[in-house]
Design a binder for this molecule. Structure first.
Ligand code: GDP
Ligand code: MN
Length: 344
């Protein structure tokens, strides 16, 4: 292990030998993982999955981020689970800590309200810090400044299908900015004012969108559909753009990451709705994936329409796309609708 600065450890993977004296055709991209020491086994599982299905052939580097120092045990075990380069780093404190402007007494009252309604993570401050970090800070980390794309990886996920091409290259060659595998409904009680705040932002900035209507229901309210951001391959230049940053700053100024429980997933999704076109977003239908209890895979499994091998464990009975595919159906049937002045 090589210590570059007190807050970053780098481990050179043996796969780098393959590139000595050869042209390195990899994209400027990395697998980005925000994770805690306590999740060692679960993140090793995710790495094993990703290596098996994709990265053992492509050798993209991993970057692990944490608000607390990684333990030596964590770094050593993780570094040994891939042939790729691994880097372990702290998050700058100012990207994680609760801003001074937040009224902590008020958060206590609001947390209680969500806890009493059994809202998952309703009483957790660190969950809110994580969601805020994943909304407005991950792309500002010093280690990702020279990267164009990132692949977000979370602990305890499964990949079911071989990915025998480079999704990063696919993104660049097809001018894709954002991508997803699961689109689903958010819990309304976690984001009571997110839609209203986003429309305010759009009006103040005279934004004309032809994608935001994807997220509107019959009552002109947010239909709660969002791309599930625990899987995400996306352009870091987009996150670093002035418009994304100004949207994040506008949202952050309300304090509702803390007073409510805004997730980064609906925020990424509404930002995509505000700033992107449908053809800049890619649904990776060929990527079989599970996070928590939700799993999906291309409908015909063994060798599917893409000619890609998938294997779904026998205990997984329900394909989320089939069982709960309302949002995916909205996506599949959405026709770009120019929405000016966000009026009707
Ligand atoms: P869920 O997917 O919404 O249930 O939330 P997770 O518990 O999976 O958290 C999302 C991601 O953030 C995962 O990669 C976690 O490892 C990471 N994460 C969550 N809370 C913390 C935290 O307090 N510190 C760090 N370093 N990572 C966190
Ligand atoms: Mn998770």
């Amino acid at each position: 292990k090589e210590e570059i600065a007190p807050w970053v450890w780098h481990h050179r993977g043996v796969a780098e030998d393959k590139y000595i004296g050869k042209t390195d055709t990899r994209e400027k991209a990395a697998i980005l993982v925000l994770v805690r020491n306590s999740e060692l086994e679960d993140i090793k599982h995710s790495i094993r999955m990703l290596e098996d299905r994709f990265n053992r052939r492509y050798n993209y580097p991993y970057i692990f981020l944490n608000d607390k120092p990684f333990s030596n045990k964590f770094m050593e075990h993780v570094a040994r689970s891939t042939k790729s380069n691994t880097t372990f780093a702290l998050i700058p404190q100012e990207h994680w800590e609760v801003p001074d402007s937040i009224d902590m007494e008020k958060t206590k009252v609001e947390f209680e309200k969500l806890v009493s309604q059994d809202i998952v993570y309703g009483g957790s401050l660190s969950y809110r810090q994580m969601c805020r970090f994943n909304s407005g800070f991950f792309y500002k980390h010093p280690l990702v400044q020279n990267l164009k794309y990132y692949w977000r990886l979370e602990p305890n996920i499964d990949f079911y299908c071989d990915i025998d091409y480079d999704p990063f290259k696919f993104m660049r060659e097809n001018k894709k900015i954002y991508s997803f595998v699961i689109i689903l409904y958010e819990l309304k009680k976690t984001i009571p004012t997110l839609w209203k705040t986003s429309l305010e932002y759009a009006k103040q900035n005279n934004i004309t969108s032809n994608l935001l209507k994807l997220f509107v229901n019959e009552n002109k309210d947010y239909n709660l559909c969002h791309f599930w951001s625990n899987f995400e391959i996306a352009s870091l230049d987009w996150y670093r753009s002035k418009e994304y940053e100004s949207y994040f700053q506008f949202l952050d100024s309300t304090g509702s990451f803390f007073y409510e429980r805004w997730g980064d997933a609906p925020i990424h999704s509404l930002a995509a709705g505000l700033f992107l076109n449908k053809d800049q977003i890619h649904f990776f239908n060929d990527i079989g994936y599970r996070h928590d209890q939700f799993a999906r895979w291309p409908v015909s499994t063994t060798t599917n329409e893409f000619g890609i091998k998938c294997q779904v464990p026998k205990n997984i009975k329900e394909n989320f796309d089939v069982a709960s595919g309302e949002c995916l159906n909205f996506w599949n049937t959405y026709k770009p609708y120019e929405w000016t002045n966000l009026d009707s």
